[in-house]
Design a protein around this ligand. Structure first.
Ligand code: X8Z
Ligand code: ZN
Length: 546
């Protein structure tokens, strides 16, 4: 009886359930509508966050720091919420662009908000606070005035006194230990957010942005490093030999690592500043771009005009008027700013800006081109759907401007009227050595920064060994040692902007490979048949087919 009485009910239930399920199961059209709405919300939150970040980076105060933290919190909570909601479309057959956008929702930010709003607020505040603390960083030498990073770097670029160099190095690194406690909490909260999105930790989240599984990306970087490592090893040996001639055997060993403070740069990341110590006798190109720019009384604005001129020579539109009105080109005297160079597109359309404390030297001449490469790229994708307004991966974003800077050949400087005539053939060994000091010296540094972070994020290296692990990597990859003994009372990684600001770094390693591939392809397209380092794509335009 029961059976007979139950049967009609069961039949009714079975008839209704599939109907209800069909009504509720999301469709591909739902996914598309969801993505459209998500893009609209993300755009609004991102513009608000970028505006607040811009003001905070240009006027470092407690208030702007808090306003920036609020904007970032809202944006990352929105992105994390949308990424979690998007899982309801898992397993559905979707249009390729909708599927890609859903995947990008999880990957668009470098920080994932934990669901607990108290925790996401704390994370956003810590992140904003560390960047501001780095931007304010100063070191006061005994009996002297406080020095900012630009001034310390200027002195490190030119001093040849190992004692002074060690003091400058240690002085700047003293800004970092106060960040250690915040960094530990940032790792904890950032990992919590990443795990909620299904990543093993924040490092795995960062490694997931390259269209391959995170482990495959780590392997790919190792593979690339093995390919370029012989170039670095040769350069390292040559530089060590010449530094030994300069500083003597008590300062520079015959074999093994180089003391990190002798390479003309705070982090030993690019060595171009010590070129004068290493210049080959008979093959020096015989010009010094820094000297030329200073002698010509070039100002910061003019440096940017040169950069713009390169891009317009390729047929691109000039920078908008608002760029010239809203950018920051020099360190202001009356307020604290984040001087580390960056390129912005505040409205994600054409409100382009550069923020850079430009120094009149060859290094910043190239950096201006690097930054404008970001701006030009931002403008090139400004009509894409919001989630596609980004580079193929972040290595491409970093590579565009650097690619263009590879075209800043002596012949190009002649065209600008900066050099009277190009150096004769046979003088390009010096030019190439300089290039190696900038580009090859950078490679192991570009790799190790995130190797350190990945270990710290995953817990493979516990906080108690963070500084030791940093120097283990510096030794293994760069072959450099600290100028004096270090302990866990130090926090040397955070003396580098990208660690304090939470900016991923393997992008620069990729860019240092990609830019040569792009330069080669562009030079070929432009019809250059001479050796690749002599090719400049300045003034070349796309030829119409046929
Ligand atoms: O941070 C930068 C750019 C801004 S995206 C100035 N770079 C890295 C650095 O300074 O450490 C460019 C090269 C490497
Ligand atoms: Zn960049």
């Amino acid at each position: 009886m029961q059976k007979t009485r139950l049967f009609p009910l069961l039949a009714l239930y079975l008839a209704l359930v599939p109907m209800t399920a069909t009504a509720q199961a999301p469709t591909a059209a739902d996914a598309k509508a969801f993505v459209d709405k998500a893009e609209e919300k993300l755009l609004a939150a991102s513009i608000a966050a970028e505006r607040a970040n811009w003001v905070a980076a240009n006027f470092i105060t407690e208030d702007t720091e808090l306003i920036a933290a609020e904007g970032s919190q809202r944006r990352m909570e929105l992105a994390a919420g949308l990424a979690k909601e998007a899982t309801r479309f898992d397993g559905l057959a979707l249009d390729a662009d909708v599927a890609r956008k859903l995947a990008l929702l999880k990957l668009s930010l470098t920080l994932a908000a934990p669901a607990d709003p108290k925790k996401s607020e704390e994370l956003a505040r810590i992140a904003a606070g560390m960047e501001a603390a780095y931007g304010r960083g100063k070191w006061t030498p005994p009996g002297g005035e406080p020095l900012d990073l630009e001034e310390i770097s200027r002195r490190m670029a030119t001093s040849r006194d190992p004692k002074e160099l060690a003091a400058l190095w240690a002085g700047w690194h003293s800004i970092a230990p106060p960040l250690r406690k915040d960094y530990a909490r940032y790792v904890e909260l950032g990992n919590a957010g990443a795990k909620e999105l299904g990543f093993a930790d924040m490092g795995a989240m960062w490694r997931s942005k390259y269209d391959m599984p995170p482990d495959a990306y780590a392997k790919e970087l190792d593979r690339l490093w093995e390919q370029v490592k012989p170039l670095y090893v040769s350069l390292h040996a040559y530089v060590r030999m010449r530094l030994r001639e300069t500083y003597g055997k008590d300062v520079v060993p015959e074999k093994g690592p180089i003391p990190a403070h002798l390479l003309g740069n705070m982090w030993a990341q690019q060595w171009g500043n010590i070129y004068p110590l290493l210049a080959p006798k008979d093959a020096d190109p015989g010009y010094d771009l820094t000297k030329i720019l200073v002698e010509k009384k070039t100002d910061a604005r003019q440096m940017v005009r040169y950069g713009e001129g390169f891009f317009t020579s390729l047929g691109m539109a000039p920078l908008p008027k608002s760029f010239w009105e809203r950018s920051l080109f020099t360190r202001p005297r009356d307020r604290e700013v984040v001087c580390h160079a960056s390129a912005w597109c505040i409205d994600w359309v054409d409100d382009l800006r550069l923020k850079m404390c430009i120094e009149i030297n060859a290094e910043d001449f190239a950096t201006v081109h690097h930054e404008l490469g970001h701006n030009v790229y931002q403008r090139a994708y400004n009509r894409q759907p919001v989630l596609f307004r980004d580079s193929a991966n972040d290595g491409f974003h970093e590579a565009i401007g650097d690619t263009v800077a590879l075209s800043l050949t002596p012949e190009y400087l002649v065209k600008l009227g900066l050099l009277p005539k190009a150096p004769p053939a046979g003088k390009d060994v010096g030019y190439l050595l300089n290039m190696a000091l900038e580009k090859i010296a950078f490679l192991p540094f570009g790799l190790l920064i995130d190797k350190w972070r990945w270990q710290a994020f995953s817990g493979e290296v516990p906080e108690a060994r963070w500084n030791q692990a940093w120097w283990d990597l510096k030794l293994k990859y760069q072959g450099v040692t600290p100028p004096m003994a270090r302990t866990e009372a130090d926090f040397d990684p955070a003396a580098k902007y990208h660690i304090a600001s939470g900016t991923p770094y393997s992008r620069y390693f990729l860019a240092h490979v990609l830019q040569f591939q792009m330069h080669r392809a562009l030079a070929k397209t432009a019809g250059c048949t001479t050796p690749i380092h002599t090719c400049s794509i300045y003034g070349t335009r796309k030829r119409e087919p046929g």
